[in-house]
Design a protein around this ligand. Structure first.
Ligand SMILES: O=C(O)c1cc(=O)[nH]c(=O)n1[C@@H]1O[C@H](COP(=O)(O)O)[C@@H](O)[C@H]1O
Length: 274
């Protein structure tokens, strides 16, 4: 099984580094002239998949926007995952899961085992029950060629309260990055264990040299810019995936306009790794 890091590196080379978030917010459904119901969710999400999945390397559906419609919403999420992958995009399922080890195994089975209907290429994970609690997900990634993006320095203003807290070995975020660096040690061209670092954090003194990818939310609607990313990441920007949801999705429901927005996003961040 080809490791996720290798698959991601190829995808970036072929399609660029921009990641489109497929987040059917109630407000966006309304802006698109749709209702707040499961048929509208399906129409919205599959229109976005059809428009952007053939042109970007990674799509990132946020599970909560589907979960709020119950089992029929999850069925839409399954289609988003399957159809995005069929169109050649990698799917990073944004679920931010993390629990005690035995439950973590169930999350690994749900999202990273190819036999699951929700199987994705990678997921977001929360390390705040202790990094070791993520071991079953890490094992599943190794077994199935999956990827993990672990929260480190998130884009929201409340994040620093926890992530900048100091431990005996540095900050909480620094510890997360240390664990990721160890997991990615020796991997080429890049490891499969990434960090989530927001485009809105201003700057950081943490060592971002983790030989792994970065999911970079906060680009676009939350105010993060390419200049911010250059300042935050420096040379580590080579493996940054700037991610934007609302800014792209507002271009819909016209498919061409959506695709153009994704292509423009890709062009805007093209030079980041240079
Ligand atoms: O893991 C994430 O994707 C994530 C982490 C983070 O620190 N900040 C953050 O905004 N996100 C997600 O990224 C997306 C941002 O959406 P927009 O602000 O509309 O581009 C949402 O799906 C958030 O849940």
């Amino acid at each position: 099984m080809t490791p996720f890091g290798t698959r991601l590196a190829h995808a970036i080379e072929e399609r660029g580094r921009f990641c489109v978030g497929i987040d059917p917010h109630a407000a966006l459904l309304q802006e698109w002239g749709l209702g707040d119901d499961v048929a509208s969710l399906e129409r919205f999400a599959l229109t976005v998949v059809e428009a952007v999945a053939p042109v970007v390397s990674v799509v990132k559906p946020q599970s909560a926007f589907y979960e709020r419609f119950g089992s029929r919403g999850i069925a839409v999420l399954e289609r988003v995952i399957a159809e995005s992958r069929a169109a050649g995009a990698l799917v990073l399922l944004d679920v931010k899961r993390g629990d005690i080890g035995s439950t973590s195994q169930a999350y690994a089975d749900a999202y990273l085992d190819p036999a699951s209907p929700l199987a994705s290429d990678a997921v977001t994970a929360s390390p705040f029950l202790g990094f070791g609690s993520l071991d079953p997900m890490i094992e599943a990634c190794r077994r199935h060629g999956g990827g993990l993006f672990v929260l480190a320095l998130t884009s929201n203003k409340e994040g620093p309260e926890v992530q900048h807290a100091r431990t005996a070995d540095g900050t909480v975020a620094g510890n997360v990055l240390d664990h990721l660096r160890r997991l990615n040690d020796g991997a080429a061209p890049v490891g499969s264990f990434g960090a989530v670092v927001g485009a809105t954090i201003g700057s950081t003194a943490e060592d971002l040299d983790i030989n792994g990818p970065f999911l970079v939310p906060g680009y676009g609607a939350q105010g993060g810019t390419t200049e911010d990313m250059r300042r935050i990441f420096g040379a580590a920007a080579r493996w940054a995936l700037p991610s934007s949801s609302r800014e792209v999705l507002r271009a819909g429901p016209d498919r061409t306009a959506l695709r153009d927005a994704a292509v423009r996003g890709n062009e805007a961040v093209h030079g980041l790794g240079a």
